[in-house]
Design a protein around this ligand. Structure first.
Ligand code: NI
Length: 191
């Protein structure tokens, strides 16, 4: 496994619509190595997720995992999940405001509106179908990663640019307030 370089905002690959993975290619050593590297790189950078375009591979693959994450201590845990060719459907019109960051937007966080309840369909790394629902912060994490596969970054969805802040400023001025809001979000959506 290799820790790969993470593309930063402004890099064209982050703005492309990534190509679907052909099912007959999913078992190839190259694709399986890419998935291993995504997991390793995500864990090394303490990300909650990582999408293939973020490591310069324009393919519809992303990984998500939330344990005890120092970047997002309020996030409910998500076991390691590999999504190939994922699709998301909204199951509600209701949303919540999430304070997001991204490994491809180093140093910045901002407030993004996310759908509170979604259905996720994808293949796992063996080609088996996945079909599950996610709510609240978990739903937000999956939406963020699948956005990467369509060339979207969280900054595109920041409705009020005045919410953009550095991680230091977040810690100093916004964390306490957001942790309170996070408890309400977890209580409302159950996760
Ligand atoms: Ni991201």
């Amino acid at each position: 496994m290799v820790i790969r370089k993470i593309a930063q905002i402004g890099t064209p690959v982050l703005r492309e619509r990534a190509a679907p993975v052909r099912e007959d290619m999913l078992g190839s050593p190259e694709i399986q190595a890419l998935i291993d590297d995504l997991i390793e790189t995500m864990r090394d950078a303490h990300g909650a997720g990582l999408a293939a375009p973020q490591v310069y591979e324009s393919l519809r693959i992303c990984v998500v995992e939330v344990g005890d994450n120092p970047r997002y201590p309020y996030k409910p845990k998500i076991p390691l999940t590999v999504l190939v060719n994922p699709e998301i459907d909204a199951l509600t019109d209701e949303g919540f405001d999430n304070f997001e960051g991204c490994l491809s937007v180093t140093g910045l966080r901002g407030v993004v509106r996310r759908v509170g309840h979604i259905r996720v369909r994808a293949l796992d790394r063996t080609g088996a179908p996945l079909d599950f629902e996610a709510r609240g912060f978990r739903a937000g994490t999956f939406q963020h990663e699948v956005d990467h596969l369509d060339g979207r970054l969280f900054v595109d969805a920041v409705a009020d640019p005045r919410t953009l802040c550095t991680w230091d400023a977040y810690e100093r001025y916004h964390r306490a307030d957001f942790l309170k809001r996070a408890e309400v979000i977890v209580a409302q959506w159950g996760e």
